[in-house]
Design a binder for this molecule. Structure first.
Ligand code: PEP
Length: 251
């Protein structure tokens, strides 16, 4: 059976001491979460080493929010996958819509980043999702299918064991507007079909697909009850341990 995951994307929030406190609070509450649900926190780069310490002895996994598309060298301001591994990261998020929109993250770069991450032993949470214009034009299935193919069709069934997909409709991120459970489910089923077409039904069935976009304790239960929704990538609500855990106990 595929893994259930609730991952918290802290984005550019919290100072280092605040982040360490938040990580400790999440670790302390992790025992409330049903067995088989994996918790992941993704703090900013500056926090990772100290958050790794704060999580020691807890089951909570550590993720970065991005990584460089180069292995090492003269790339000022970048952070490599080797650096992330050296501070104890288990995952990196890639292709978040904010990175695609504000930092010119292209599918080609995401392929390079995913290759480097997997080669270093990091798992990848790859984000896909349509914007409001695309949804209103009825293009959401095509947009999400194409984003998924553009990156993941460069990988193998074996690689897919270490890749999680997160469907995050851009119009639902940080807006308080959640996709309905039906809207999310039909896109998740579509992503799974795209994966099945390339890697076969078993790989598609084993791949964890998360929903992200204004997910909170009050709507997580209905979303997580859908057959193809295997958890959430959480932004705003991940900044309070109580809300984050409140979402993870919704399975
Ligand atoms: C996100 O950006 O990954 C996200 C899901 O944000 P929010 O939960 O705040 O909508």
């Amino acid at each position: 059976m595929r893994k259930k995951i609730v991952a918290g994307n802290w984005k550019m929030n919290t100072t280092v001491p605040e982040g360490v406190e938040l990580a400790k609070a999440v670790a302390a509450k992790a025992k409330e979460v049903p067995a088989g649900v994996e918790l992941v926190v993704a703090p900013p780069f500056t926090h990772l080493a100290l958050v790794a310490d704060a999580l020691k002895g807890s089951p909570v996994k550590l993720s970065a929010q991005n990584c460089a598309d180069k292995e090492k060298g003269a790339y000022t301001g970048e952070v490599s996958v080797a650096m992330l591994c050296s501070v104890g990261c288990d995952y990196t998020i890639l292709g978040h819509s904010e990175r695609r929109q504000y930092y010119g993250e292209t599918d080609a770069k995401l392929v390079e980043k995913t290759k480097l991450a997997l080669a270093a032993g990091l798992k990848v949470i790859l984000c896909v999702g349509e914007n409001l214009d695309e949804r209103e034009a009825g293009k959401h299935f095509d947009v999400v299918s194409n984003q998924t193919k553009a990156v993941l069709y460069n990988f193998t069934a074996e690689d897919m064991k270490n890749i999680v997909v997160a469907y995050e409709p851009v119009w639902a991120i940080g807006t308080g507007k959640t996709a309905t459970a039906e809207q999310a489910e039909e896109i998740h089923a579509c992503i799974r079909k795209v994966l099945a077409d390339k890697f076969g039904a078993q790989v598609a069935d084993d791949t964890t697909i998360l929903y992200g976009g204004s997910c909170k304790p009050s709507n997580a239960k209905e979303l997580f009850a859908q057959p193809d929704i295997d958890g959430g990538l959480i932004g705003g609500a991940a900044l309070k341990a109580e809300d984050f855990i409140g979402i993870a106990v919704s399975f």
